[in-house]
Design a protein around this ligand. Structure first.
Ligand SMILES: [Zn+2]
Length: 173
């Protein structure tokens, strides 16, 4: 099995003074099949991070599991956690293509926002309430980072936040 690890640190850069600093949350995104994770539960072979992303120590320990819901699965998936014994940081694994704490895939959320921006409607297969939450959260984040911004730049802003390793539609800024 092939893994692609990418690390996102849920913290805005220091230069953004208007954005409150958040505590460091270490999330490692792993190319992994949701179906396999669902099927194997605790036995799913999550790769052990080679080092702690925070302090670079070369050993991290298994640290139990998180349970996370995903669209299309009737019950929670079991997601491995690791902990760094040196700095105490907890490292959470996340399937690539999904934001931390979001059940819908990144591409579904992006598609919802795009449809709202360009066609002035919501996607029909997902509840409007959820889509409205995503849209409003993105709007708030765009305003906090860039000030007032032209309507259609919101999709570019979405991609910008994703590239920065931030969740564009999370409620906390
Ligand atoms: Zn550490």
């Amino acid at each position: 099995m092939k893994w692609r690890l990418s690390i996102a640190v849920d913290k805005p850069p220091k230069t953004w003074h208007n954005v409150p600093q958040k505590s460091l949350i270490m999330i490692i995104f792993v190319e992994a099949s949701l179906k396999e994770i669902f099927k194997l539960k605790e036995k799913f072979p999550w790769p052990r991070p080679k080092k702690c992303p925070k302090c670079n120590t070369f050993r991290v320990w298994k640290h139990g599991f998180d349970f996370a819901s995903f669209d299309g699965f009737s019950s929670s998936l079991v997601i491995r956690r690791f902990r760094c014994p040196d700095c105490g940081g907890v490292i959470r694994m996340r399937p690539a293509g999904y934001f931390s704490r979001f059940q819908a895939s990144i591409s579904t959320i992006r598609s919802s926002i795009k449809t709202k921006l360009y066609k002035c409607r919501w996607l029909c297969n997902i509840s409007r309430t959820r889509q409205r939450h995503w849209y409003n959260a993105l709007k708030r984040r765009v305003k906090a980072w860039f000030g007032e911004s032209p309507h259609k730049d919101m999709l570019a802003a979405f991609d910008f936040f994703v590239l920065k390793g931030l969740t564009p539609v999370s409620r906390s800024l």
